[in-house]
Design a binder for this molecule. Structure first.
Ligand code: SIN
Length: 491
């Protein structure tokens, strides 16, 4: 083990750092451990068991063994388990928030918001667990009845990202558990601690009620492909849900083809943020601050391209720069910080590269455009004006605190620019014209649209994209469907 500084006092002293398999905490099969870093300083926070491919298969075996009993557990009991988990996560919200900030870097206020957001998926799906319905009708010929019922799809592999280590785990695990599907979670190696803490809460509630321990398993690993491949080829696995890049999503979809697995894919975005000339510019800036700056721009739904009517572009850029100027960059655990670090050093150099490319094509830096003088992986909030639509900062997902502004002349051009990408996760638009809002809803190629809002995410609404941004929906009434089979019985 390398030298590891003591964990921040705000973290639970008994923070789990092993694998959770079949209700037991255990080290990795080969004893390996890997370091989890604080992106605000680069320091090692702690070390976590590094699951081997054999550990992954053990976790799947545990999930598979738990399946019949969990599927047969009354929906009301599954619902109560989830409700209890929601209550306990909220009761320990400060610990969860500290953990999210420590390993992911986001400011504490945002980490608290993520805790409430992540826990809310658990409460929402506790309510959905008892509302799984079917239909019955007489066949049109009158010869028989048609009973259509729903059944949990079975053991699910949930591969979660580092940018919302609680919320992305709960967004997948809660509907799976509500539907009667045991889970194996592979959290991102950058941020395994929050997911392990969450799994410990679920484990505790299951154990107190004498429910199958293999309902939740967690296998952090640095060997993602080596662990995942055998799972995708194992017939005991029935479902794969992934949040991450489109590139990795494609690889996983190819792997999932082997057993024709049910899949949900929440992949990359390149969200346009449209500001029309009739928009309330102050409201647009307020929305932009959320759409762009949540988690320092490291969200799939981050506004990636600001498409602004040419008549209001200068005014919008000035107001946005003034708002960016009020942000405080620093470690997320420091009081007053509003912009935390990026997740790793290469994320900072990537952002630098994109800004450099935009500037070399004629963009001007209105504010930011550099790193602050801090130890961790930071980049200053940046506004770029007169950005060419073909600049990399516009065509690639930035995942950093940079707002490139591209101008348009009319609605058709704005929509063409917005749709001119292989991605279609979310779009935002600011306009006072209701007819236009409906035209945008009909023509913008995105799974979600915020009208005069910079935030669309809500556990009670379907989250997901079109085109290369993914398959399926998470949250809302739709989220549980991803974990249910439809069975038709002719009687
Ligand atoms: C994501 O970045 O993938 C999720 C963001 C959200 O749920 O708002």
């Amino acid at each position: 083990m390398t030298d590891v500084a003591p964990l921040p006092a705000s973290l639970p002293g008994d923070l789990p750092t092993d694998l959770l398999i079949g209700g037991r905490w255990r080290p990795g099969g080969d004893g390996g451990r890997f370091a989890v870093h604080d992106p605000a300083t680069g320091a090692v926070l702690t070390e976590v068991a590094d699951a081997t491919p054999a550990d992954g298969l053990d976790a799947l075996a545990a999930a598979h063994e738990a399946w019949p009993a969990w599927q047969a557990t009354p929906p009301r009991v599954r619902s109560e388990v989830l409700r209890e988990v929601w209550e306990r996560v909220m009761a320990r919200a400060d610990e969860f928030a500290a953990c999210i900030t420590a390993e992911g870097g986001k400011p504490l206020a945002e980490a608290r918001a993520e805790t409430a957001y992540g826990a809310e998926f658990v409460r929402w799906f506790s309510e959905q667990a008892v509302r799984i319905t079917g239909t019955v009708r007489t066949a049109p010929s009158g010869a028989n009845r048609q009973l259509v019922m729903r059944r949990g799809v079975g053991p699910a592999l949930l591969i979660t990202p580092w940018n919302f280590p609680l919320a992305m785990a709960t967004r997948k695990a809660a509907p799976a558990l509500a539907a009667g599907c045991p889970v194996v979670i592979k959290p991102a190696a950058y941020t395994p601690l929050t997911t392990l803490l969450f799994a410990d809460v679920v484990r505790e509630v299951l154990a107190e009620r004498d429910l199958p321990p293999g309902v939740i398993n967690v296998v952090p690993t640095t060997r993602a492909a080596a662990l995942t491949d055998p799972l995708l080829r194992d017939p005991r696995l029935r479902k794969l849900s992934f949040t991450g890049s489109t590139e990795v999503g494609r690889v996983l979809l190819r792997g999932a083809a082997h057993n024709v697995l049910r899949t949900s894919m929440e992949l990359g975005g390149n969200a346009p943020f449209l500001v029309f000339d009739d928009a309330d510019l102050d409201a647009a800036v307020e929305g932009a601050m959320v759409a762009k700056m949540r988690n320092a721009g490291q969200t799939c739904v981050a506004a990636n391209r600001f498409l602004v009517h040419e008549d209001v572009a200068e005014a919008f850029a000035a107001k946005l720069s003034a708002a960016f100027g009020g942000l405080v960059v620093g470690p997320g655990s420091h009081e007053g910080t509003t912009v935390g670090p990026l997740i790793r050093p290469s994320a900072v150099s990537f952002v630098e590269e994109l800004v450099g490319d935009a500037v070399s094509r004629g963009a001007s830096v209105v504010t930011g455009g550099d790193r602050p003088d801090l130890a961790g992986y930071f980049y200053n909030p940046t506004v770029l004006l007169r950005v060419r639509p073909e600049a990399r900062v516009v065509t690639e997902e930035i995942f950093g605190p940079v707002a490139p502004i591209v101008t348009f002349r009319d609605e058709d051009e704005a929509i063409a620019l917005a749709n001119g990408t292989p991605f279609g996760l979310v779009a935002y638009a600011y306009t006072r014209d209701l007819d236009r809002a409906f035209r945008l809803a009909e023509r913008i190629e995105a799974g979600m649209l915020g009208i005069n809002r910079g935030l669309v995410s809500d556990p009670s609404a379907p989250f997901g994209g079109v085109k290369s941004s993914g398959l399926g929906r998470e949250g809302g009434e739709q989220g549980i469907e991803e974990y249910l089979e439809t069975i038709y019985v002719a009687i």
